[in-house]
Ligand binder design. Structure first.
Ligand code: HEC
Length: 154
């Protein structure tokens, strides 16, 4: 196992080990892998969130079953995507700002807010009405954007 990039103890110190030090953080062989992972997870998440926005905005017909499935994918990505922000992955093919690591507590707050909003979206989707979905997608979009404004390069 020594060939793996030893992210776990490092990120434990740098980031207080709240969400980012999930087991997935230890699975990256190199920082580039962590960058690829988090960008891919964000991309998958945005695809599923986009489908929910399309329903909420009336661009596609509301479908209760599809809403639940898409909301579950958004929530699943939210569990994993932030584990890609391991220490030492601030350089390379990335738009991540250094503040993710230098202002780790603030970044963690943004992670938590997003995860809470995503859980609410999941609950709302299970209600099975367009109204409930509409009310829950907006806050999710806002907490994604709030973090991007603070921690992602233009
Ligand atoms: C706590 C901060 C944070 C939250 C919350 C967050 N993101 Fe991100 N997101 C980032 C950062 C930082 C990057 C840049 C990652 C990189 O380039 O390494 C990023 C990148 C992305 C990208 C571009 C991926 C690529 O291929 O370059 C997409 C799409 C994205 N996020 C979608 C979302 C969506 C949708 C949500 C909400 C459901 C979300 N993000 C929530 C921080 C966040």
């Amino acid at each position: 196992m020594s060939r793996f990039f030893s992210a776990l103890p490092v990120c434990g110190i740098a980031l207080a080990g709240v969400v980012l030090c999930t087991p997935a953080a230890a699975q990256f062989a190199k920082p580039e892998d962590a960058i690829k992972y988090r960008k891919s997870a964000m991309y998958v998440q945005t695809t599923h969130l986009g489908r929910l926005f399309a329903m909420a905005n009336g661009r596609v017909p509301f479908d209760a079953k599809l809403a639940v499935e898409n909301a579950e994918m958004v929530a699943e990505m939210s569990k994993w995507q932030f584990s890609g922000f391991v220490a030492g992955s601030d350089k390379g093919n990335t738009d991540a700002k250094p503040e993710i690591w230098t202002e780790a507590a603030k970044f963690q707050d943004a992670v938590r807010k997003s995860q809470e909003d995503v859980i609410k979206l999941n609950t709302a989707a299970k209600v099975g009405t367009l109204e409930a979905l509409k009310a829950a997608v907006g806050p999710v979009g806002q907490s994604c954007k709030a973090c991007h404004d603070a921690f992602r390069k233009e």
